[in-house]
Design a protein around this ligand. Sequence first.
Ligand SMILES: Cc1cc2nc3c(=O)[nH]c(=O)nc-3n(C[C@H](O)[C@H](O)[C@H](O)COP(=O)(O)OP(=O)(O)OC[C@H]3O[C@@H](n4cnc5c(N)ncnc54)[C@H](O)[C@@H]3O)c2cc1C
Length: 297
Amino acid sequence: MTTLSRFEIHQPQSVAEASQMLGHYGDDGAIYAGGTELLLAMRHRALSYSHLIDLKVIPGLNAIETRDGVIEIGAACTHRAIERSALVREKQPGLAELESQVANIRVRATGTLGGNLCFAEPHSDPATMLLVLDAKVRIESAGGAREIPIDKLIAGAYANHLAPGEVLTRIIVPSAKPNHRAAYMKFQIHERPTLGLGLWLETPDRGRTFTAARVAVGCVCPFPSRASAAEELLTGSRAEVEKRLPEAAALIADGAELIDDHEGSAEYKRHLIGVFLRRTFLKALAGDSLFKPGREI
Ligand SMILES: Cc1cc2nc3c(=O)[nH]c(=O)nc-3n(C[C@H](O)[C@H](O)[C@H](O)COP(=O)(O)OP(=O)(O)OC[C@H]3O[C@@H](n4cnc5c(N)ncnc54)[C@H](O)[C@@H]3O)c2cc1C
C-alpha cells in the first residue's frame, strides 16, 4: 500500500495571499480544497507537492449567493452544500439534482465544485451541465481577477487554463427562467460516470416550440464540450425536434472524440448518446427535477 509523503499545509487569509504562496512555492505547491483527488494522486505518486495551500479557510469561498439573475457559487463549496442549498434548488434545480448524484455522500461532503472543475477528471459531471447553462468562472490572483466562460477553463483531460498563481474563486451560473428547460442525465455502472449529457432549451410556449438549444456531452470523451453542430436541429416545433433527435445524436457523437476505455467502446458510447439525448429531452420537458423548491433533504 502506498503512503503519502510529508507535506506542509498553509492557511492563507485571502485569495491574494494564496496566490502569493503559489508563486512562492512554485512547482512544489498546490491548492488544496477537499483533497479527494489531490491526496489520492499524491498517494499514488502521480502528483507530488511539499506545500498545500488550504482554500477552505479563506472567508467567502464557501458562500452561495444570488445577484442580477445569476447564482454565484464559491469555489470551495462542497457538492453536498450545493445539493442542499435552498438557493440553488430554487434558482437552478437541475444543478442541485446533478450535485446530489456526484460520487457518494462521503466524497460529496468533502469534494468541492472548484476542485472538480480544476482537476478536470474526464469522468466528471458538473462541467457538462455548466456548459449548457452558460456558466462563467471567476479567476483571481495577487495581480487581479478575470471572468471567463466555463469552456475556456477546460483545457483537456486533467488540464485547465489557470495561469501560475491563479485560483478559481467563483462559479457564476445564470438562474433558470420560466421559458427555460434544462436537464442533465448520466449513465454509470462503475465508480465514475460512463456518460453525462446536459441539455438546455428555450421555449416560449411551455414546450411546444424551441427557439434556442444548447447540448453538451462528457465522460465519453477526454473533456466535456458543447455540440454546437447539433443545436440547430434541436430548435423548431416539438414534433420536428423529436424526429431529428437521432440525427442530432449522431452529430454530437461525431464531434465528441469518443474514446474506447474501461467504460466501453466508442461505438457503445455513440449508442448511449442516442438513448440519453432522447431521455434528457423528455426529462427537460417534464421538468421533473428531484429538487422542487423548498423540498427538505
Ligand atoms: C470515489 C470517487 C467517486 C467520484 N465520483 C464522481 C462522480 O460520479 N462525478 C463527478 O463529477 N466526480 C466524481 N468524483 C470526483 C469528485 O467530484 C472530486 O474528487 C472532487 O469534486 C474534487 O474536489 P476537491 O475539493 O476534493 O479537489 P482537490 O482534490 O482538493 O483538488 C483537485 C485539484 O484541483 C486543484 N484545485 C482545487 N480547487 C482549486 C481552485 N479553487 N483553484 C485552483 N485549483 C484548485 C488542486 O490543486 C488539485 O490539483 C469522484 C471522486 C471519488 C474519490
